[in-house]
Design a protein around this ligand. Structure first.
Ligand code: PMP
Length: 358
């Protein structure tokens, strides 16, 4: 007799991260494959020699450093095995079966998956015309069963983001019992005078006695440490304590903690790396626009091609050219900014795509 599983398990759609076909150029995963500074590599090597011991379970040195940088107390920071794990903990800590997790859509594909794993109901809210989160529509969609709102800013996969004032107004209008998580995984690539600083906005609200806004950040993107799995959430103490209650112990490894600390020390290199990616992103966007594609301005390390029903065929065409990109149903295709040569190969493939691009 087979083991007994959760009755709804078979119906859970798996999270399918950009599949890794054996292609020469992988622009499917929103990774940053920059060379790490020597100081970070050395910290990784040193920490690896301590692999026989368990890591600091609360990542106290890293938490202290992050708290200092963000001008919050250490009790406002919680570290996890990638920010996706913290998304999971946030839903676990807030949602009973059938309660709702709201998010703009298209967005980070883990949000609905996590909601279902926990037994909550995912509630996607269509993006605005410009591919940014539709804040009025999100607000209108909040109902009595809503427990969490994920707001990915800049939004993966479309690259659009709300302005700081619009976000502030939105946060002020959300019912205080609903937790809003501003997912700033790509914040370091955002440009413009009104890039929101989620932590500053959250702090403003905490001072007014509101504890329902938290911010998620990660070392997987700008810091180039996706393989080590380290993210953090900045939230009011009620939120960080709640996440702590559903935490699996020792999620952040010794090596990940050490690498993150060293990468924070290597800030100049991180800033340079982001500047290079932003320059390259804007160059590639111009080339794609010149080739006839509509490409909304992006604030991430990726570009969005809203080519609708042709997305799967376009991705297959790229694969035929040895390039992996990510198709999102019948909405569009996301390409991650890679090296100049990789990006040029992508642009060349896009140019030869058989149909007239829209
Ligand atoms: N949030 C967003 C918006 C993402 O795109 C990703 C990864 N693609 C994550 C969170 C998860 O990042 P990690 O778990 O590597 O910190």
């Amino acid at each position: 007799m087979p083991i007994r599983l959760r009755p709804d398990l078979a119906a859970l759609p798996p999270y399918a991260p950009g599949t890794m076909p054996p292609v020469a150029i992988n622009l499917a995963g929103n990774e940053v494959r920059a060379e790490l500074p020597d100081s970070v590599l050395k910290a990784i090597g040193d920490a690896a020699t301590r692999s026989g011991r368990y890591p600091d379970p609360t990542a106290s040195a890293l938490v202290a450093r992050l708290a200092e940088r963000l001008d919050v107390a250490t009790r406002n920071v919680v570290v996890g095995c990638g920010s996706v794990t913290l998304c999971h903990q946030a839903v676990q800590a807030t949602c009973a079966a059938g309660e709702e997790v709201l998010f703009p859509w298209v967005s980070f594909e883990a949000y609905p998956v996590i909601a279902r794993i926990v037994g909550a109901t995912p509630r996607p809210v269509p993006l605005a015309e410009d591919w940014s989160p539709d804040l009025p529509a999100l607000l209108a969609a909040i109902g009595p069963a809503t427990r969490v709102v994920f707001l990915c800013a800049p939004n993966n996969p479309t690259g659009a983001r709300p302005g700081a004032d619009a976000l502030r107004d939105f946060l002020a209008a959300v019912p205080p019992s609903v937790l809003v998580i501003i997912d700033e995984a790509y914040r370091e690539f955002a440009v413009g005078p009104d890039v929101p600083d989620g932590v500053a906005l959250a702090r403003e609200l905490w001072r007014q006695g509101r504890d329902n806004v938290a911010v998620l950040r990660t070392f997987s993107k700008a810091h180039g440490l996706a393989g080590l799995r380290l993210g953090y959430l900045v939230g009011a103490e009620t939120v960080t304590a709640a996440l702590g209650r559903v935490q699996v112990p020792f999620g952040a490894s010794t090596v990940a903690q050490a690498a993150a600390l060293a990468s924070l020390d290597a800030e100049d290199e991180v800033v340079d790396r982001c500047r290079t990616i932003v320059r390259e992103r804007d160059r590639v966007r111009r080339l794609l626009v010149d080739a006839g594609y509509q490409v909304p301005p992006s604030h991430g390390n990726f570009l969005w091609l809203p080519i609708g029903a042709r997305s799967a065929r376009f991705a297959a065409h790229c694969r035929d050219h040895g390039i992996a990109v990510r198709a999102f149903g019948a909405d569009g295709v996301r390409m991650t900014i890679g090296t100049t040569a990789e990006n040029d190969a992508f642009v060349a493939a896009a140019r030869t795509y058989g149909e007239q691009p829209v």
